[in-house]
Design a protein around this ligand. Structure first.
Ligand code: BGC
Length: 446
């Protein structure tokens, strides 16, 4: 670790997880069905028909998992709260047993000196709300605000740092536009209101949490630096259109209080955005959560398939098991781009997800995962470089603690610092776990 650039002593060292991907126990203690339970039950949509009924059994093994976090020396843990555990049908009555799980978890974290950073929505909408239109309906934003108030009442005496939404872009695009994630709607551009309703939900939830003592509120946006495949005007226009959809559609309203020009998509969200919405959405954030995995290269579409861009393959770089390009400097580029675009309107940043999948196996009780170490090392160095250039990055949450249920890929992609045997639930810390632990120790040492 001697040649590793020193990150600020106040830097928050964390890992990130999501309820549906790790908890299992999907019918325990009164939990209601979520859109992901419904979706995973449809034959053919999840690779090899995997389901998350057991996931990592974290609902029952959480103490063991918190011990692993303590062993890493973490100072923060980002997890998500399953709305259908709190309100099984998305509105009305509170399920005390579901709430009690997060209450225990928060106390367990605090007892180990780990700051709890809950995310209120990581894609597991109560199915009952989806039956009424889900995030296509404005009403869902109001239900989300009520749910935030319930959770804030229960945990707000100990939790001060909150994330309202996880990756509203990915949820809109994969869940409502392309149909490859729950709720499996294939609406293409008709999915755009889902962006606004999630952001409105954020605004309502943030206001409810503030009233309950929250001092740090964030959204975790999936951000990608977008590169045109060539310098041609057509490719640059296509890249600009993609950047608008993936990045600006979610960052501009939060940070600038307005939507970007959506004319490339033939809409201005007229009729969807009501008076007062943008003021609520743009109430100052204390920090922005940035989830970064890779940059995106865009070309002008070869055929008219209804979208103003096409993705092209980034060549000449290593790739993860998921076939995602590994470009650590893309994170530095992204952080510099955010500063250039938003200037003084950009709040402090946390990297709330970053990591890679690899084909890890336990051999003789050990898991050798040099690709993950190289990935994390490269990206943390990119953060240090960005801080050197003036970026205000306050912390890092590696994705993720445990090999888990990777959405449409089932258990095929292993992103964890800890290997999980999905038959026995045995946890085996990987070589990257020791690497991350040592890096944290080196930074936390007086
Ligand atoms: C999501 C995680 C997911 C990870 C890797 C992010 O988009 O927030 O839930 O597991 O990427 O695919």
């Amino acid at each position: 670790m001697t040649d590793f650039p020193q990150l600020p002593s106040s830097f928050l060292w964390g890992v990130s997880t999501a309820a549906f991907q790790i908890e299992g126990s999907t019918t325990a203690d009164g939990r209601g069905p979520s859109v992901w339970d419904t979706f995973t039950a449809i034959p053919g949509v999840i690779r090899d028909g995997h389901t998350a009924e057991d996931a990592c059994d974290h609902y029952r093994r959480w103490e063991e998992d918190v011990s692993l976090m303590a062993e890493l020396g973490l100072t923060g843990y980002r997890f998500s709260i399953a709305w259908p555990r709190i309100q099984p049908y998305g509105k009305g009555e509170v399920n005390a047993k579901g709430l009690a799980f997060y209450d225990r978890l928060v106390d367990g974290l605090l007892a180990r000196g780990i700051e709890p950073v809950p995310t209120l929505f990581h894609w597991d909408l109560p199915q009952a709300l989806e039956d009424e239109g889900g995030w296509l309906q404005r009403d869902t934003a109001h239900r989300f605000g009520e749910y935030a108030a319930i959770v804030g009442d229960a945990l707000g005496d100990r939790v001060t740092s909150w994330i309202t939404l996880n990756e509203p872009f990915v949820h809109m695009a994969w869940g409502y536009a392309l149909g490859v994630h729950a709720p499996g709607r294939l609406l293409l551009l008709d999915a755009l209101p889902v962006a606004h309703h999630q952001l409105l939900g954020h605004g309502l939830a943030a206001a409810a949490l503030r009233e309950r003592g929250a001092t740090q509120i964030m959204v975790s946006n999936n951000c990608t630096p977008v590169r045109p495949a060539s310098d041609s005007a057509a490719d640059r226009a296509a890249a600009d259109a993609y950047d608008t959809l993936h990045n600006r559609l979610f960052n501009d309203p939060l940070l600038l209080g307005r939507y970007p020009d959506l004319s490339a998509y033939g809409t201005d969200l007229d009729g969807v955005v009501k008076d007062g919405d943008l003021a609520l959405i743009s109430a100052p954030l204390d920090a922005l959560g940035v989830n970064y995995y890779n940059p995106t290269e865009i070309v002008a579409p070869a055929a008219d398939l209804g979208l103003p861009f096409e993705e092209s393959r980034i060549e000449g770089v290593p790739r993860t098991a998921f076939d995602w390009p590994v470009v650590p400097d893309g994170l530095r580029e992204l952080l510099a781009g955010l500063r250039a675009r938003y200037g003084d309107a950009l709040p402090p940043l946390y990297i709330t997800e970053n990591g890679c999948s690899s084909a890890d196996e336990v051999v003789g009780g050990r898991v050798h995962d040099p690709e993950r170490i190289a990935y994390l090392d490269g990206h943390l160095r990119a953060i240090a470089a960005a801080i050197g250039e003036g970026a205000d990055v306050r912390g890092y949450f590696a994705w993720t603690l445990l090999d888990n249920f990777e959405w449409a890929e089932g258990y095929h992609q292993r992103f964890g610092l800890v290997h999980v045997d999905h038959e026995t639930q045995a946890r085996t810390p990987k070589a990257s776990f020791a690497w991350y632990r040592d890096l944290i120790t080196a930074h936390r040492a007086p």
